[in-house]
Design a protein around this ligand. Structure first.
Ligand SMILES: [Mn+2]
Length: 322
């Protein structure tokens, strides 16, 4: 397939019902069915880094199942993401469930190969540990990136039980490794009890700004998106979304739920307000389907990945036209 040829889109749901056949993300072609991939949707079935409920290893495939209902035109961003760029499902990165260090290396290597092939990554977790190797791979290509981190939790703690690589520590490691642009780091959706006030002091020292879930409620999605956009500027941006940024009413299927979170509408609206940002890759993590009900969490996660994919596809098309 040359750059002039049309991207191969999803299975035609007017001919094959949405619920038929094996699930790829949004019923898109697999990586081996296309010659070029602009956005690779890739699963990382890994949850050996969790501190509470396990189960996010099943998140990627559950999001794929819930994504069957995504349609090709996104009216909120006035774009057809799968026509603007070739989006394909790259399957899963097979990682060692018994050796976290090895799993981290495997994710970094596999993500690096996809990026080297010219694709941006839309990763479906997996627990939040995987954000570290994903950021390493992205920074190897783009240099230190701006980070927008949606989460109930800071994920900048030092260690758990002596372990440096866990789902509560990826962003401290990333700051230590110099792979983040510390002038543009933001958490959004933060809430809930901490170990102590020092957690916030340490986090601020690393350069993070915090938009709490209460800030989103009080100020509204548009104002929050405006503020984030100004902080990010034209830097290459990575967005990491822990689905527990949403209230348990909107995302019960996750490992460490906290009351008082954002609605799925608020999350989607903030993302749509960032459509002009230079999004180089993104992840949606911590979906644990065993705790889900009626696919509430998985539907929210699939729509979140759809908005992120749309942002990337629009930019790829714009860059190509320029
Ligand atoms: Mn997290």
């Amino acid at each position: 397939m040359t750059s002039a040829s049309e991207p191969r889109g999803p299975v035609d749901s007017s001919r094959t019902p949405r619920y038929a056949g094996p699930a790829t993300f949004a019923r898109l072609p697999r990586l081996d069915q296309v010659e070029r991939t602009d956005v690779a949707v890739v699963g990382v079935p890994f949850d050996s880094g969790v501190s509470y409920r396990p189960g996010a290893r099943f998140g990627g495939n559950a999001i794929r199942e819930a994504s069957r209902l995504l349609r090709p035109y996104n009216p909120a961003q006035d774009a057809s993401p799968f026509a603007l760029a070739q989006v394909a499902d790259a399957g899963d990165i097979a990682v060692n469930p018994f050796n976290i260090n090895e799993a981290v290396e495997t994710v970094e290597h596999a993500a690096g190969e996809l990026l080297a092939g010219g694709a941006r990554l839309m990763t479906l977790g997996g627990d939040h540990t995987i954000a570290l190797p994903l950021l390493r791979a992205v920074a190897a290509k783009h240099g230190p990136v701006a980070l927008l981190h949606f989460d109930a939790h800071l994920d900048t703690w030092d260690t758990y039980f002596g372990a440096a690589y866990t789902h509560g520590t990826p962003f401290r490691r990333a700051v230590e490794e110099g792979i983040l642009d510390t002038s543009a780091l933001s958490h959004v959706g933060i809430r809930g009890p901490l170990y102590g006030k020092q957690d916030l002091t340490d986090d601020a020292k690393m350069g993070f700004g915090i938009v709490t879930s209460a800030d989103v409620y009080r100020r509204g999605a548009d104002e929050v998106a405006d503020q984030l956009r100004q902080r990010i500027g034209d830097r290459p941006l990575y967005i990491s979304i822990d689905i527990d940024c949403l209230d348990p009413a909107h995302a019960p299927g996750t490992g460490t739920p906290e009351a008082g979170g954002m609605t799925s509408r608020e999350l989607l609206e903030i993302l749509r307000g960032l459509s002009s940002c230079r999004l180089v890759s993104a992840d949606v993590v911590e979906v644990a389907p065993a705790y889900d009900h009626a696919e509430i969490t998985c539907v929210a996660a699939s729509h979140t990945a759809y908005e992120l994919t749309t942002i990337m596809s629009r930019q790829i098309a714009a860059e190509r036209a320029a």
